[in-house]
Design a binder for this molecule. Structure first.
Ligand code: ATP
Ligand code: MG
Length: 590
């Protein structure tokens, strides 16, 4: 079962972890990161220069400078504005690029990790929750990667730049601005905390709503058939109302940031005005410097706002990083073995005292021991819920038994790599999953090495030839989600999947349950050919299906109720199997 190694995962994300994350994701794109920084610094330099030029312009005009000088200053100003825009454009290009490359890498890593995790993990986590991890959390980080450095680093430099320039101008002005910046940032941070406190709840409610919608949409057919539409709509209204109740205060609070900023900078301009009035009165500064102060106060606004905002982004990113690390920390328990040398051809299958439980303490299979010789066919019977499908899952190592061992050709299946194991088994299951892809991809499961001729031959064998010839684009015809195929046809397609591979063991789990008797007979021949020189386990509700089996195993509540040669069991009038034959499977088993 998937466990969580979570000693550190609940703690705060440490500085070292941030640095590691930055290093591992940004390291490979060093070149772009360097460009991003260069452009950023250039942009800041230009931004600091612009008010200087205007201040110079004002002072020159006031002291009666020549038109020529004024024109030069004006021309310089225009040039800098244009260059600044270009720098900004490229800077944004690089930072978006860096952010998306970094997070796409993380997305791929997470998706791959999730795909490899054990089935027990996927049973416990809805696909919605996984999407939120792989996409939602990573999106948070995309902003973090692309904007955080730019905003935090850039704005700190800009802030220090502004204050340094002002200190050079006049020590009083520098001090007042420095004090103002610190107080303003702190105050805005507090306001923001207040403003954003409701958003987490709103997002949670949003996730709930989408989870609900997703589930109901997939189940639309059942919901309509059962007349559950009014109930579903009522639930929807309830959820929407709940959303309203949390989103309203969230929005109202969210809007408090703007007036708070206005107020703060109102105070800031008042300070500038008072300071200017006092210093100009003392002839300590020029009119140009007063303009400079106003202009820098305006320039201060961005870094102050952004820095307080980034503090929050940092928290958000921290939460996402924590969740992502938690997910990555979940270890796969079912892992590759060192590799086994399964003998070629049909495989002998042996269960050795196997006990298995999905949930702790409630075993579904109890001490199963049996051997299926190579090349033989086992008919597996049992009531619904007796553990038949579970046996096939254990063979695939979708789960590992808590006790005992399963052997192929005398070797523990745990010794094999998962790839080795899973390619040596072919299965047709009760539920056929079709993908939104071409017919070819649905049959080959995206294996491009299989020739079209081979696919067509198999389809003909299975009696799907006529259906195939009606397809508008042949094998390239796209199957829409769940549509276009009857359940029986879908099952035949999944037969075709197995036929195209060369499995050493074939498992048919109620494989013909959805076929009409005629079609079933049609594929019987094909199946007989498939089973030639292969070991097979046929799970069936109907006796018809297993009349050709060599061995019979009857499961009862996870115990072996009977196991033996079919012919012998048939002859023995006291065996369960022969009783089944007399009364009919349906009556005794179900
Ligand atoms: P059927 O004839 O209906 O297909 P089956 O013999 O294939 O039944 P299994 O699917 O093997 O039955 O299930 C055996 C038992 O294990 C059942 O009691 C079932 O409730 C339980 N079970 C099956 N899958 C899971 C799961 N993923 N998690 C927990 N319990 C499960
Ligand atoms: Mg089953």
């Amino acid at each position: 079962m998937a466990t969580q190694t979570s000693t550190e995962s609940n703690n705060k994300v440490t500085l070292r972890q941030y640095v590691e994350l930055f290093a591992s994701t940004l390291g490979p794109q060093k070149g772009r990161v360097i460009w991003m920084f260069l452009l950023l610094l250039t942009g800041i330099g230009l931004q600091l220069m612009m008010p200087q030029l205007i201040s110079r312009y004002i002072d020159t005009a006031e002291t009666g400078g020549t038109v020529r000088t004024l024109s030069w200053i004006a021309g310089g100003f225009i040039a800098i504005t244009v260059v600044n825009q270009v720098v900004h454009l490229f800077g944004t290009y690089f930072s978006e690029n860096v952010g998306w490359s970094a997070t796409n890498k993380l997305r791929v890593e997470l998706a791959l990790h999730a795909l490899r995790l054990d089935m027990s993990f996927h049973k416990e986590h809805s696909s919605g929750a996984m999407i939120e991890r792989v996409d939602g959390d990573v999106l948070n980080l995309a902003n973090f990667f692309s904007k955080f450095i730019v905003h935090v680093f850039g704005n700190i430099v800009l802030l220090i730049g502004i204050i340094a320039v002002l200190f050079v101008e006049n020590i009083w002005i520098g001090s007042v601005f420095a004090a103002f910046a610190v107080v303003a940032m702190f105050a805005l941070h507090l306001v923001r905390e207040f403003a954003m406190s409701h958003w987490a709840k709103a997002r949670q409610t949003n996730a709930e709503l989408f989870g609900f919608l997703g589930e109901r949409m997939t189940g639309a057919e059942d919901i309509r058939a059962n007349g559950a539409v009014p109930y579903t709509m009522r639930r929807l209204h309830q959820l929407l109302y709940k959303l309203l109740l949390v989103e309203r205060p969230a929005h109202v609070r969210g809007h408090s940031i703007w007036p708070a900023t206005m107020l703060l900078f109102g105070v800031g301009y008042l300070l500038v005005f008072a300071l200017g009035f006092w210093l100009y009165g003392d002839h300590a500064i020029t009119i140009g410097t007063i303009y400079l102060m106003f202009s820098y106060m305006e320039n201060l606004r961005t870094p102050v706002e952004r820095l307080s905002q980034q503090l929050q982004e940092l928290q958000k990113a921290g939460a996402s990083i924590r969740r992502i690390r938690q997910l990555l920390a979940i270890k796969q328990e079912i892992v590759d073995g060192p590799g086994a040398n399964f003998p070629a051809g049909a495989l002998e299958v042996a269960f050795d005292n196997v006990t298995f439980a999905y949930a702790q303490d409630t075993p579904v299979l109890h001490n199963l021991t049996f051997t299926l010789e190579k090349g033989k066919v086992l008919g597996l019977l049992g009531r619904t819920g007796s553990g038949k499908t579970t046996i096939s899952r254990l063979l695939f190592r979708l789960y590992d038994p808590q006790q005992g061992a399963i052997r192929f050709g005398g070797q523990d299946i745990k010794a094999a790599t998962l790839h080795q194991l899973r390619t040596s088994i072919g299965i047709v299951t009760q539920e056929v999953r079709l993908f939104q892809a071409s017919v070819r991809d649905n049959i080959t499961l995206f294996d491009r090495t299989i020739a079209d001729e081979k696919i067509k031959a198999v389809l003909d064998d299975l009696g799907l030839g006529d259906w195939y010839r009606t397809l508008p684009n042949g094998l390239d015809t796209e199957l829409t989600l769940g549509g276009g195929l009857s359940a029986g046809q879908a099952q035949l397609l999944s037969f075709a999947r197995v036929f195209l591979r060369d499995p050493q063991l074939v498992i048919l789990d109620e494989a013909s349950s959805r076929l009409d008797p005629l079609t079933e007979r049609l594929i019987d021949k094909a199946v007989a050919r498939l089973l030639q020189d292969r070991t097979a386990i046929i799970i069936a509700h109907r006796l018809q299906t297993i009349q050709e089996a060599d061995d019979i195993l009857i499961l009862d509540g996870g115990h072996i109720a009977e196991h033996g040669r079919r012919e012998e069991l048939e002859r023995d009038p006291h065996s369960r199997y022969s009783q089944l034959l007399q009364t009919g499977l349906e009556e005794v088993l179900t």
